[in-house]
Design a protein around this ligand. Sequence first.
Ligand code: FAD
Ligand code: NAD
Length: 465
Amino acid sequence: MKEISCKLLVMGAGPGGYVCAIRAGQLGIDTVIVEAVKAGGTCLNVGCIPSKAMIHAADEYSKATEMASGRSPFGITVSTPAIDLAKTVAWKDRIVGRLNAGVTGLLKKAGVKAVVGWARFRDGKTVEVDTETGLQVIRAETIVIATGSAPVELPFLPFGGPVISSTEALALKQLPPELVVVGGGYIGLELGTAFAKLGSKVAVVEALSRILPQYDAELTRPVAKRLDALGVKVLTGAKARGLSGKGDALLLEAADGTEQKIAADKVLVTVGRKPQVESWGLEEIDLDRDGPFIRIDDQCRTSMRGIYAIGDVTGEPMLAHRAMAQGEMVAEIVAGHKRAWDKRSIPAVCFTDPEIVTVGLSPDEAKAAGIEIKSAQFPFSANGRAMTLSGEDGFVRVVARADNHLVLGIQAVGTGASELSAAFSLAIEMGAQLEDIAGTIHAHPTQGEAFLEAALRTLGHALHI
Ligand code: FAD
Ligand code: NAD
């Protein structure tokens, strides 16, 4: 048994943990990070990055298919395209591998000691790690729990065989001819759309009355329209019941109460993720919980002195950039800086077709908070750049206080809209008023001009509509 001591120990090297460790290392803190699987966590290895790689590959293939069928608006024709999914997955794995090595290199450059193995609390200051070379005991003044999350399993559809989670879906070497997705949220729709574009016959079973229920209906309408055009069957208000006896179909109760059966080579279950709070000794330190999550305050402190928690294990929104921002903040707090969570908003992007971006409050959320608002949207159908990209469906919407024009929220749905999220977040974080956006020159021709026009329209004098 080996023993080491350090000032800061980070458990888990996902976006939360590795960013925390890198920043701590930069600040000269003697830091150890423990990771059981691979640096980069869910996001880099089986989440954000591989899913966006597969979505992009599917888009490319879908464009080629459109060209081959003579439906390309650009007048391009190609002979019948083909896809070798094993090669696509290998390409995706190379991207993941490069980023994986990148994170390991960044940790090293920051002087962080990386330990590979499963960490478990002995007490509030001591963690033991099962490493390949035996048990490693690490004593630390401060510990950051960044253990992330795992897919929720449905008891009547346990993972295994044809029932898969996003992790297996991102590693399939052969396209399932028929794919049923249970859960029409982020993962189900991002991956369901990609598989439909790759050529699978896709059905989505969503329990609530509409897909992506976390977004307002105006934002999700273009996505529903596109799913329809791609031939994706969407069953809302439907309850999955289990696999058929032969395991080749999903049994469900439709919205009208009828029992139905949909043929499925694979059933992708994407009904949410749960915090990873098992098997690392939470019972040894008995931290306060917030539902299933670890309760934290505005400095990510848990109920035990010297123990912080960040990322998915601490609650919604379970997004990589939230985890990273928390990780950076905690490292600075450990270094003695005065920091607290003071972010005005956390952007969210759904990489469907078209993409959805939300930052800050929607009109309904602002009204529900009792704020009198001004709001308007500018359609991409009136934006030159969107037309050149064949991305005319969708809009940018701005929500501002009626009295002082402070921008409270910005949302968009449109092809390539994800890249607008930076401008939206900056505007809200900097406390922009409508006049600030309206007074900023936006390059022409860009989709960003729709943001300018939405602000102008909220002020009552849009120029291009
Ligand atoms: P994780 O990334 O889950 O990392 C936790 C790490 O801790 C893991 O590597 C795990 O092995 C390790 N670990 C856990 N317990 C121990 C232990 N006891 N000892 C040692 N190591 C341990 N978010 C976005 O913002 N944008 C996206 O586009 C996006 N796409 C996604 C797509 C998919 C398919 C999925 C599944 C998720 C996606 N997410 C996305 C969510 C994002 O992946 C998570 O919010 C993010 O990874 C959370 O980071 P984290 O550091 O909290 O935890
Ligand atoms: P989700 O919460 O986005 O969607 C789950 C969906 O499943 C919901 O619409 C819910 O109503 C539905 N559902 C729940 N139980 C059901 C049942 N029994 N039958 C049918 N439908 C059911 O969850 P997810 O898609 O699994 O993603 C998990 C998390 O990962 C997200 O909340 C998000 O935080 C993160 N994520 C983010 C991105 C991104 O930022 N682009 C992408 C993927 C994942």
